[in-house]
Design a protein around this ligand. Structure first.
Ligand SMILES: [Zn+2]
Length: 141
């Protein structure tokens, strides 16, 4: 069994002798080595599911899913202001984030405009507004 040090910031597995994370350079000198099989098991048990609530319906969203008029899970076909590929949803290190994919009319989180192709962490209860026309409420469970 080869033990590893898991970076608390990005969840990268580092060699036990590492002092900084090779992925994000976080200081991991004080992180205790752990059994990699156990880490994977714990992470799966903890995994948080993401739901988008829109117009009274709840939709489970998965990693790398693209939300926009091209996606038929949430039907935005009548909202022409929403881009075909408006945002992408990302799950990493047990946290969810979204990124605007260069949409024509932009994305806001809790009223604040997002920069295109930049990841923003999302939390339970956050409001995402696509093109000022569709408000989605985040539910994590
Ligand atoms: Zn890291």
């Amino acid at each position: 069994m080869t033990y590893v040090k898991v970076c608390p910031v990005c969840n990268e597995k580092n060699q036990v002798e590492s002092l900084t994370c090779f992925n994000c350079q976080h200081n991991i000198a004080g992180v205790l080595p752990s059994d990699p099989d156990l880490i994977i098991k714990n992470r799966e048990e903890k995994a948080v599911k993401l739901f988008f609530e829109y117009l009274g319906e709840s939709y489970e969203i998965t990693n790398n899913e693209i939300i926009g008029r091209s996606n038929t899970k949430i039907n935005f076909s009548r909202l022409k202001t929403i881009s075909r590929e408006h945002i992408r949803v990302i799950f990493r290190g047990n946290e969810w984030s979204i990124e605007d994919m260069g949409s024509s009319n932009g994305t806001k989180i809790n009223g604040k405009s997002c920069e295109a192709y930049t990841e923003y962490l999302i939390s339970n209860g956050d409001k995402i507004i696509l093109a000022d026309d569709a408000e989605i409420v985040i539910k994590l469970q």
